[in-house]
Each structure stands twice: as structure tokens, then as C-alpha cells.
Write a protein that binds this ligand. Structure first.
Ligand code: SF4
Length: 382
């Protein structure tokens, strides 16, 4: 039996068009490029399979981009390849990101057959005007059709992505949207605050953004709408009990995962590595099955983590989750007590009311979640 557990991330970089706020590695492309990409991806999967024979895979996350832009046949191609080359647990969580406007019944039926059991729908807002400003391709009705189709085909684990801090968004429009989504009864809701990143069309524009107080008021009011049915388990993620995203929890707990596809990142054997971000290079590297790898262009990052790096990651990733970090586990993992290593920093943030210690756990307070970047940055480097 394979004892070691692995998460797999697959990156599908294609989108119908670029949204105005997006800084992910995603772009529009023609059909031929999609076919070439999936062939290259399958070569990468086949290349890695034998190296991970003593692992079994308990989570798969197909992200993008817009994975649901692919025709069912291409999705089938890389999923079949994944099943043939890795030991995927029969109860593995297999998530896929999908965007309204790219789903149809044929694709949804194929996902079901392929064992995909969790769908993450990128809605962002229920208000058409806000969707337009964001540059999304869909309206609320299209989202609703997709959601209903997924339910009819038996999907019982659906996430809906929402966004706060959208230009022209008001407290009322955000709260109203959240109410509408709660009534739809998904199992999971992710709510991200819009960040205007350099290099995006939003960065060049003058935007009527909600001010910081308004934006924080939205975030603070989320539990009043979601009530007891949903619990917040991470800074941006809310779910019904038992529907927390297992794959993402691996990232925050620093468990092992292998990323395949353009710019996909991995953590294996305490080495962080990331595939090239250049599509031409990616297609060249994985053009033929046996003739791979010029590591100079294959990886855009490759880093053996020092103990210092590992401890730092343990802190700033673990503190993203509401349960925070386990104090004895830190000592068991690193052979040094948490207080010996970070005592002064912890004491400072506890005095500021940003961190709290309860029993064997250290976690962000409500105020700490508002100032999370400030707290996390204190554990980056030393
Ligand atoms: S759909 Fe997602 S990945 Fe694609 S451009 Fe929009 S935000 Fe970026």
C-alpha cells in the first residue's frame, strides 16, 4: 500500500479573454494550441508518474485559467493519463475550477464520469454591472444555469467564488449578493478582496473602489449572513462542516504536492520548484515523451528549503487557517520550541491583540485577520 500522500495540481492556462483585474498566467488561445498543450501536459504526467510510485494521491485540483474551456475530449485525455500514471485514491477529492459561460451538459457529464467530485464556480458578483466592470464573460443568469446543471447531474460539492471591494460595489450590493448565494445552498463559498495588481488593466484606470472602512465592513458582516451553517476555516474560505477544500489545506499545512502544467508550483521532499511560465518553452520541453528536460528552461524556480525557510512557511501558511498552528507540533517537527524560536514576535502580536493562544494553538484574532499581512510578514525571514 502506498503510504505517502500527494496532492496534484494541474494548470490549464486558457481563458475566453482576460479579465480586467487578472494577473494569473492565463490567456486566450486557438484550438490547435489547446491540443498541443494537453499533449505536452500528458507527456509531463507520464514523465513524473514512475517517480511517484510510492505515493498515493488523495487530492487533485485542476485550476487555471478556465479549465472548463476545454472540450470534454481534452479533459478526458489528461484525466485518463493521470489515472494511468498515478495511484489516485478511490475517495480522493478531485476539484475543478469552472467558469459560467463555458459549461454545458456534455462537459458536466464527462466530469462526473471522470471522477471529478468538486466544482469551483467563478461567479465573483451577482450584479451584472459589477461583472461587466471586472471584464467577466458571464452574467448572473448564466451562472445560475451552470449551478443548476451541476446539481441536476449530481454534483454535491460546489464552491462559489465571490469578490468584495469591486469598483462601484456598495455594502448593500455585496450583502445582497451573499444572501442570494447562501440561499442557493452551495457547500463552500470563497470570498476574496479585490487586489489591484500592477500590469493589469485595472492598474491603469481610475477606479471607484469602496474605501477601506466599507471594504472591512463587508468582510466583518459575512458571518451575519452565512450564519452557523458555514464556518470560516481560512482567511477567505467558508464551508459547511466536512466540505473544507482538502487540497488547499495541504498548501497551508505544507504537505507534499506536485504541480503540472504551465507555471505550476510544487513542494516535494522540502524542495519548492515551479515550471516555466513561458508557453513556447513548456510546449518545447514536453513535446516528446522521452526527450525531456532542459532544467534551465524547465523551471522558473527551484529551491531547497533551509530549516529557517520551513519554520517561516509553517508560521505564515498555518496562520492563514482559523485553527492556526499547533504549538507542540511545531516543536515535534523542528526540534525547537515555538517560543524559543518566535517568542518575542508572538508576545508582541498577542499584546497588540492580533494573535491569541488557546490550549495548544496559536491563531489570528478577528483583529489579526484584518492585519494578517502585517503579522505574516513578521514571520518571513528572520
Ligand atoms: S477567468 Fe480567471 S484566470 Fe481567466 S482571466 Fe478571468 S480571472 Fe483570470
Amino acid at each position: 500500500m502506498n503510504q505517502k500522500k500527494l496532492g496534484i495540481y494541474i494548470h490549464i492556462p486558457f481563458c475566453v479573454r482576460k479579465c480586467n483585474y487578472c494577473d494569473f498566467n492565463s490567456f486566450a488561445s486557438d484550438d490547435e494550441t489547446k491540443v498541443n498543450y494537453i499533449n505536452a501536459l500528458c507527456n509531463e504526467i507520464r514523465g513524473y508518474g514512475p517517480k511517484f510510485k510510492d505515493y498515493s494521491v488523495d487530492t487533485v485540483f485542476i485550476g487555471g485559467g478556465t479549465p472548463s474551456i476545454l472540450p470534454a475530449g481534452l479533459t478526458r485525455q489528461f484525466m485518463d493519463c493521470l489515472y494511468s500514471n498515478f495511484a489516485i485514491d478511490s475517495d480522493a477529492e478531485i476539484s475543478m475550477e469552472a467558469n459560467p459561460g463555458t459549461l454545458d451538459i456534455e462537459k458536466i457529464k464527462a466530469y462526473k464520469e471522470l471522477g471529478i467530485n468538486r466544482i469551483s464556480l467563478g461567479l465573483q458578483s451577482t450584479v451584472s454591472q459589477e461583472l461587466k466592470i471586472l471584464g467577466r464573460i458571464h452574467d448572473y443568469e448564466t451562472f445560475l444555469d451552470s449551478f443548476m446543471m451541476l446539481r441536476e447531474e449530481g454534483f454535491r460539492n460546489i464552491n462559489v467564488d465571490l469578490m468584495n471591494g469591486i469598483p462601484n460595489q456598495t455594502y448593500d450590493s455585496f450583502m445582497n449578493g451573499l444572501k442570494i448565494i447562501k440561499e442557493l445552498n452551495p457547500e463552500h463559498i470563497s470570498i476574496y478582496s479585490l487586489i489591484v495588481e500592477e500590469g493589469t488593466p485595472f492598474y491603469e484606470r481610475e477606479l471607484n473602489l469602496p474605501d477601506e472602512d466599507e471594504e472591512r465592513k463587508m468582510v466583518h458582516s459575512i458571518p451575519s449572513i452565512l450564519g452557523k451553517e458555514f464556518h470560516q476555516y481560512e482567511i477567505s474560505n467558508y464551508s459547511k462542516r466536512g466540505f473544507e477544500c482538502k487540497h488547499n489545506i495541504k498548501y497551508w499545512r505544507r504537505e507534499e504536492y506536485l504541480g503540472m502544467g504551465l507555471s505550476a508550483a510544487s513542494l516535494v521532499n522540502e524542495i519548492r520548484f515551479k515550471n516555466t511560465e513561458n508557453l513556447k518553452d513548456y510546449l518545447l520541453i514536453f513535446k516528446e515523451r522521452e526527450k525531456i528536460y532542459d532544467n534551465n528552461i524547465r523551471f522558473s524556480e527551484f529551491e531547497h528549503l533551509s530549516d529557517e525557510d520551513k519554520m517561516s512557511e509553517y508560521m505564515f501558511l498555518g496562520l492563514r487557517m482559523n485553527v492556526g498552528i499547533n504549538i507542540s507540533d511545531f516543536e515535534k517537527t523542528f526540534g525547537i520550541s515555538l517560543y524559543e524560536k518566535y517568542g518575542k514576535k508572538i508576545q508582541l502580536h498577542v499584546e497588540e491583540g492580533l494573535l491569541e493562544v488557546k490550549e495548544d494553538r496559536l491563531f489570528l484574532t478577528k483583529k489579526g485577520r484584518d492585519l494578517a499581512n502585517y503579522v505574516w510578514s513578521d514571520f518571513v525571514g528572520d
